[in-house]
Design a binder for this molecule. Structure first.
Ligand SMILES: [Zn+2]
Length: 251
């Protein structure tokens, strides 16, 4: 298959767009989801399940999943590279086995409260390694073993995921904090022009230090909902499953 070959997207749309949200923040429940629901758009919400209160933490997400949104795996401990934070512990001080146990425990907790289903994974802080220096190793193969897809980060604003060529265990996404509405929808229009898949990553909507404004978020959603012939808006897991099926049919 040509690396630029494009599948037929559901509804005859020109491209696929996934809206993803990290860390289970309150503004996602209070601001993002009601607006997505109003427009009939579905997103992916990557949840952590730390400590002893994980059942309580997951409780509000039951209704979200029932409405067709995806609740993805974001690990129990949200372990990131320790260097940028000056922490004692981080991905540098753990092992592949310990990280796998953490990820699978998160999966077990999500299954218990939200029901067993296929879901995608999200790399905390976009980091994808354990160890450091000569012992540093990628944990992407671990994600490939357990998940339909793993969401990472693009290196450039012009990037899209070409369905025939992208590594589904390391799907690119745009970190959207502080972007204006016109920039957000420009990223989606770029995917439509290529027939490809783009993933947008949000954290808070007017919450936290990596947020977007509600006005800009709504401008993006309005645009996506207004042009269904251009955008198939679907959770990360569903787009990845669609690409896998298309690759299998085309092989
Ligand atoms: Zn996170």
């Amino acid at each position: 298959m040509e690396p630029t070959a494009i599948p037929e997207w559901p509804g005859g749309a020109a491209c696929a767009v996934s809206l993803s949200f990290d860390d289970g923040m309150t503004s996602q429940l209070e601001r993002a989801i009601p607006y997505l629901d109003r427009l009939g758009l579905r997103g992916t919400f990557y949840l952590n399940t730390p400590g002893d209160a994980w059942r309580e933490r997951l409780e509000p997400w039951k209704a979200v999943v029932e409405k067709g949104h995806e609740a993805g795996n974001h690990t129990c401990s949200h372990l990131c590279s320790r260097g940028p934070f000056g922490r004692e512990k981080g991905l540098e001080t753990t092992t592949l086995n310990a990280l796998e146990a953490d990820i699978l425990e998160c999966e077990r907790r999500l299954d218990e409260v939200l029901g067993k289903r296929a879901r995608s994974f999200c790399y905390p802080c976009y980091d994808r390694h354990v160890g450091e220096g000569e012992s540093r190793a990628s944990y992407v193969p671990l994600i490939a073993k357990h998940f339909v897809a793993g969401r990472g980060k693009f290196n450039g604003l012009h990037h899209v995921n070409f369905p025939a060529a992208c590594d589904l265990s390391c799907v690119g996404s745009h970190a959207c904090e502080r972007m204006g509405g016109h920039e957000l929808l420009g990223l989606c229009e770029r995917a439509a022009n290529k027939g490809a898949w783009t993933v947008l990553t949000f954290h808070g909507i007017l919450e936290g230090h990596v947020s977007v404004s509600e006005v800009d978020f709504r401008e993006l959603c309005d645009h996506l909902a207004r042009y269904p012939e251009r955008f198939w808006v679907a959770p990360v897991v569903e787009v990845a499953q669609r690409i896998r099926a298309w690759r299998a049919e085309s092989a």
